[in-house]
Design a protein around this ligand. Structure first.
Ligand code: SF4
Length: 917
């Protein structure tokens, strides 16, 4: 056992001024104590003072060892081992594990590497005798010991020093008298010292260092306990409580200790922003000074600036997928983004429309460059981007196949520079700090040269990505009055008010999590942290005691439920007085909405269309108006469009279009049913093949990547089979002549001119017409008979055709289910169509097709009249079906409406014309 002299907080300032080093248990405490020291100097009226030497344990140990290189003993400094950084050590372990026999079969290498490093650190910190691990060990321990030996051999051969062995190396140097010990040292925030740390402290003392332990003044806390509905309610209640305390005492220091801070970080940011900075709901991009600080950083690759940098580097060695090229084009961090932001967004939409499922640098250059033939150019001219891409391509051409990591870092910087990263727009303070952190990672990657040797670009990017992910980054902020901390970070700090959340019996004390690669018995024997329930209980008891003694007023909360499971307070807080705390009001947005004094403005109309207005869109316009008037207004009056999502191969629309074209070309040649019937089988087959070949060739021109030789063969085969199957159904009909193929009709309904295209119009021998619409999906005749006529396409055609109509039918072109579906003047006109009065059919209540067309005309006029008046109600026929595939949700704000009013399934009464807004 070692006894360290405690020193009260009042004595620390003097020691620090006397150049004592203060070593803290974590980075957060080092920042807090530094800021407190600075404040003391300001309060003492000083304007200049020396920066106190306060740093976390790992940084201090690293500095101590690194400084040994500058000792006068040249022989010693020359023989010192090269210390590995945490990231380098991880790389070496990964290589060791991957090259081992057992490592070959591992599925989750990163997790195994993490467990192995942790096990090795435990062995070193707890000074576990390795021979004890070999006594009847589990199989995994044997494998671990093999890896550990290989790791140590590598370090020995190359003169490296692992992080877990650094303390031992310092002890050796101190004992040998070659390293001078610091004169005075203060330890802060250590609940306990590991055996390795005890050894180090002893060696320091023996070498003449005076060691103190910061005695945090403990206060007798007025602590209360409360249960809240769930974790979300706990977070909201804690945030509102903190705001109230801050309003009472703006100079007070408020702590929120969160048991599971890592998992709850993003929810905490959402809730604390809402409570402390509600205006950020409207302008989230304005990242000003916040009243609270969350101690836990995020992995560096979580920051958009860094994600863009990694994407650029990946683009240098492979094509980008739709999501990736879309994000790159819309990134504000690429050179010229501020000037070309809108153009690049439109270019993204054009590339998607072109169906590009992936994009190379050359492709992107093509889409962004200037073309003479502007009408046929699928992209948008973005001169600044185009120039950047030219430079980028040139830089790619100059990179070697293999080189050392430092060489790759140089080339990565060149590639980023060519793309103008990160200067697409002016960076804010947080982004500047992020760029600095990025350069630190690049520097770390450069230091891999002696460890990794030469590598190709893929390996170099993967190494960089690993380092970026491993770097936990938090932009520096001024000391905020509200500190949100994890249980360990709160060590050594004092508060005026403290809220501790998440202390339910299920999770506090935490369950034991022994390292899977070490025998449980040995971990228990050597009191390894997290190894046994007894250890966790002792740890949780001490942390609870310390936290309760760190503030004058404390609230300890626990959730009453976790999904369907009921929870109870931890036994460690059962002695506290139980109180009821009201979680507070609804969030800011809901409070604004619920404020009673609103003037209600019902704005459901756009500008009315003038007489004889031409609104392009044809039947799609009426269909949209029937489904939801706002969607029709957005698409056809405002010309809004959703972004296409390119798919590999052909999408359903393109497949449908192929069938349409093949049939159009067939009937262009054959013309009548009689001619079809007279065709011998072989000639029929040849004529169909000819039509199919022409249709496929026309489409292949626009999709050269999709129409490979094999794909083309298969597509032709599929189409030919389908067309022949349909012609067999056509052959069952009575004589007709195809007089219209893809026939354009212009009709004026309720003063609105609508362009329509009819797939096919057949003329029967008596001159009556049959309107045919090809469908490759699953058409529903019932949709012609709904109140708002959900499928107005064929009804409109039948109204627009001036001759008498004998039938209106879908031709269902689905392999194995080819058939006519629809209505006809008499059932025998077209096999499969329902005739007037047919039972259990939509025609049951009609005595003639003319009556049906008359009803359709009225309904179509009603919809067209709504369009003319500019009616743009947000009134989907069904929120589930209509909104599911609609792109205009962000425009009509239906999601916001539902969440604000907490209504999941609004019922829309279209008959009364009630829109949602
Ligand atoms: S998302 Fe729904 S409510 Fe909004 S425009 Fe589309 S269909 Fe209408």
């Amino acid at each position: 056992m070692i006894k360290i002299n405690p020193i009260p907080e009042s004595g620390v300032e003097k020691l620090l001024e006397d150049k004592a080093v203060m070593v803290t248990v974590n980075q957060h405490l080092a920042r807090y104590l530094t800021s407190r020291f600075n404040k003391q100097q300001i309060d003492a009226g000083k304007s200049v003072w020396e920066t106190p030497d306060i740093l976390p344990y790992s940084a201090w140990l690293g500095r101590l060892y690194a400084n040994a290189r500058y000792l006068p003993d040249k022989e010693l400094s020359g023989n010192l081992k090269i210390p590995l950084s945490a990231a380098q050590e991880q790389y070496v372990w990964q290589k060791v594990i991957q090259s081992s026999t057992s490592g070959n079969s591992l599925l989750r290498v990163p997790e195994t590497v993490k467990a192995a490093i942790e096990a090795w650190t435990i062995c070193k910190e707890r000074r576990l005798p390795l021979h004890e691990l070999t006594h009847a060990p589990p199989e995994d321990t044997l494998v671990f010991l093999e890896w550990a030996e290989a790791f140590e051999n590598q370090c020995r051969r190359n003169g490296w020093l692992g992080t877990a062995s650094r303390a031992e190396a310092v002890v050796q140097l101190l004992k040998s008298g070659t390293m001078p010990a610091p004169g005075q040292m203060i330890l802060a925030g250590f609940d306990e010292l590991s055996p390795q740390q005890v050894l180090l402290v002893k060696a320091l003392e023996d070498a003449g260092c005076r060691i103190f332990e910061l005695a945090v003044s403990e206060v007798s806390s007025q602590a209360l306990r409360c249960g809240l509905a769930d974790t979300e309610t706990e977070m909201k209640a804690a945030a509102r409580w903190a705001r109230a305390r801050l309003e009472e005492n703006p100079l007070g220091r408020i702590g929120i200790v969160v048991r599971d801070l890592n998992a709850l970080r993003s929810d905490l940011v959402r809730i604390f922003d809402d409570v402390f900075h509600p205006s950020m709901v409207l302008s989230p991009q304005i990242a000003g000074k916040r009243a609270y600080n969350i101690s836990l950083g995020r992995p560096l690759d979580d920051y958009p600036l860094i994600r863009t940098a990694l994407m650029i580097l990946k683009f240098a060695c492979r094509d980008l997928s739709v999501d990736e090229y879309s994000r790159l084009l819309r990134s504000p961090f690429i050179g010229g983004a501020d000037a070309e932001f809108s153009k690049r967004a439109i270019m993204d939409a054009r590339i998607r429309e072109n169906g590009e499922t992936s994009l190379s640098v050359s492709d992107m250059m093509h889409f962004s460059s200037e073309h003479q033939d502007k009408d046929r150019h699928p992209g948008v001219f973005c001169p600044k981007l185009s120039e950047r891409l030219e430079k980028f391509k040139k830089a790619i051409g100059e990179i070697p196949k293999k080189q050392l990591p430092s060489g790759w870092v140089r080339d990565f910087l060149n590639l980023l520079d060519a793309m103008g990263w990160p200067n697409g727009r002016k960076l804010n303070s947080e982004e500047f700090q992020t760029v600095i952190a990025w350069h630190e990672v690049l520097q770390a990657v450069s230091s891999y040269d002696p460890i990794s040797g030469e590598m190709d670009i893929h390996e170099a990017i993967s190494l960089l990505s690993q380092n970026v992910t491993a770097k936990n980054f938090q932009p520096e902020t001024e000391d905020a009055p509200v500190q949100v901390l994890g249980v360990l970070e709160a060590a050594g700090e004092g508060f005026d008010h403290l809220w501790i959340m998440g202390l339910d019996a299920e999770n506090w004390p935490p369950s034991a999590k022994p390292n899977p690669l070490l025998p449980g018995g040995v971990q228990k024997k050597y009191n390894v942290p997290h190894a046994s329930p007894e250890r966790e209980l002792a740890y949780a008891r001490e942390v609870t005691r310390r936290l309760l003694a760190s503030a004058g007023h404390t609230v300890v909360s626990y959730p009453l439920t976790d999904k369907d499971t009921a929870l109870f307070p931890s036994p460690l807080i059962s002695f506290l007085e139980q109180v009821t705390i009201h979680p507070g009001e609804a969030n800011w947005r809901a409070r604004v909405v619920n404020a009673a004094d609103f003037e209600k403005i019902i704005d459901q109309h756009g500008p009315a269309a003038g007489a004889k207005s031409h609104i392009s869109g044809g039947t799609g316009l009426l269909k949209a108006q029937a489904t939801c008037p706002f969607s029709a207004f957005a698409a056809y009056r405002l010309k809004a469009e959703g972004l296409e999502v390119p798919e590999s191969g052909l999408n359903a629309r393109e497949r449908g279009s192929l069938v349409h074209n093949a049939l159009e070309l067939f009937w262009e040649q054959v013309k009548t049913l009689d001619a079809l019937k007279k065709l011998p089988d072989e000639e029929l087959s040849g004529t169909v093949s000819h039509a199919v070949n022409r249709a496929v060739s026309a489409m292949a021109k626009n999709h050269p990547r999709t129409f490979t030789r094999r794909f083309t063969e298969l597509e032709k085969e599929r189409l030919k089979f389908l067309v022949l199957e349909f012609l067999a159904v056509d052959s069952q009909r009575t004589s007709f002549t195809v007089i219209g193929r893809e026939e354009k009709l212009v009709c004026t309904i309720a003063d609105i001119e609508l362009n329509t295209v009819v797939d096919r119009i057949d003329c029967l021998n008596d001159g009556r017409r049959v309107i045919v619409d090809y469908k490759t999906g699953e058409p529903k005749v019932a949709d012609w008979f709904t109140d708002r006529i959900a499928e107005p396409q064929l009804p409109l055609y039948s109204v627009a055709v001036e001759k008498e109509v004998a039938g209106v039918v879908f031709a269902r072109l689905k392999k194995g289910h080819v058939a006519y579906l629809g209505v006809a003047e008499a059932a025998q006109v077209i096999p499969g169509a329902a005739g007037p009065g047919d039972k259990k059919s939509p025609m049951e209540n009609y005595s003639s097709l003319k009556d049906v067309i008359r009803v359709w005309k009225g309904k179509i006029e009603f919809l067209a009249d709504e369009v003319r008046q500019g009616i743009a109600k947000v009134a989907p026929v069904s929120v589930h079906k209509s909104c599911l595939y609609c792109d205009f949700g962000p425009m009509c704000r239906i999601g916001e409406w539902k969440s604000t009013l907490n209504i999941e399934h609004p019922t829309v009464n279209l008959e009364e014309g009630n829109g949602l807004f």
